[in-house]
Design a protein around this ligand. Structure first.
Ligand code: BTN
Length: 332
């Protein structure tokens, strides 16, 4: 069963919910519904905008959220998870703002297994290899799922690869074809970054393994944020004709993730390897790889069932790389 942690809703949160309506509402109508003055509404709206909430205002009509924006809604995600028969989610938290959803779960004392944290905004979103993850508030999907294995799965180094596979399957449910994976766990669409996965692991050897799987998907990136992304990127708004609702995308991702994570201790990565390789955009490609300060060029032979990248260099020597410490790009 999915439990939603509810708490007291501030005027700001209640206003946000009213603005989530597709229809415009005047400042005075909003004020009346919330029991505050029109001036107070204007102040709150200015504060929301300052925080990155895309509030659209039209003279003599009023306010609503910008077209295509819908707030994250625990009830809608929960309902969709029930339809998808997902039973592994025990807690679902939606935060207006956090430093990072992964950090939020890493800090959580107590139960981690099956806990999902989604945020409208991250102040210190983390990408792989120490990078900052740029995501437009209120418009993208930023979520983390906590999972606990009583013993460390043998193929634990492949967990991120498996999570990327789950996300690409989830996006396919919306008719988005051509979602590829770039080793180890970048989600790409026709050569441009669409999303990514960040896995944090904790626990002790011989004890339980605590995993936090973070997923970021570019749903609709603002132009200023786009300029801060240090590589070619795309978003769902650019590649779909009908933009899927973020709540539905989040639910699909959670469903696919819980499905692969629950099978992982028994099945490892080997069973998913052939599908993963079909989606792998570097399969058979010439690449440049930087590992331990050395630059190597070679052809990608694939990945193995521990998630390591296999490469043959120009002299015909085979190499194996584990993610985390290497930089990789297609070589032309
Ligand atoms: C990458 O570099 O490709 C990984 C990006 C992962 C971003 C997500 S957004 C939700 C979760 N919280 C974070 O701080 N990072 C991940």
């Amino acid at each position: 069963m999915v439990l939603i942690k509810s708490r007291f809703m501030s005027t700001r949160e209640r206003l946000l919910r009213l603005l989530n309506d597709r229809h415009f509402q005047s400042g005075s109508a909003l004020g009346k519904r919330l029991g505050v003055s029109r001036a107070a509404i204007q102040q709150q709206i200015a504060a929301l905008r300052g925080d990155g909430v895309p509030v659209h205002g039209v003279p003599r009509r009023g306010y609503r959220l910008a077209a295509g924006v819908s707030l994250l809604d625990a009830g809608r995600i929960q309902a969709r998870l029930s339809e998808l028969k997902v039973t592994d989610v025990t807690r679902l938290h939606i935060r207006p703002s956090v430093d990072s959803t992964n950090n939020e779960l890493l800090r959580a004392a107590g139960a981690l297994h099956g806990t999902v944290c989604l945020a409208e905004k991250q102040s210190k979103g983390r990408g792989r290899r120490g990078k900052h993850w740029v995501a437009t508030p209120y418009r993208n999907v930023m979520l983390s799922l906590g999972w606990v294995y009583q013993e460390w799965p043998a193929a634990i180094s492949a967990l991120g690869l498996l999570a990327a596979l789950a996300v690409s399957r989830a996006l396919e449910r919306f008719g988005i074809a051509d979602v590829g994976i770039k080793w180890p766990n970048d989600l790409v669409w026709r050569g441009k970054k669409l999303g990514g996965v960040l896995v944090d692991l904790g626990g002790e050897a011989g004890g339980a393994c605590r995993a936090v799987v973070g997923v970021g998907i570019n749903v609709s990136v603002s132009a200023p944020d786009g300029e801060r992304i240090d590589q070619p990127w795309t978003d769902l708004a650019s590649i779909t004709t009908v933009l899927p609702d973020r709540n539905m995308v989040a639910a699909a991702v959670i469903a696919e993730l819980t499905s692969v994570l629950s099978k992982f201790p028994m099945h490892g990565f080997a069973g998913e390897l052939s599908e993963w390789r079909k989606r792998h955009v570097l399969e058979g490609q010439q690449v440049e790889i930087v590992a331990e300060g050395l630059l190597l060029t070679g052809r990608v032979l694939g990945v193995d069932d521990s998630g390591a990248l296999l490469l043959r260099d120009r002299e015909g020597v085979r190499h194996k790389f584990y993610h985390g410490e290497v930089g990789l790009r297609a070589w032309r």
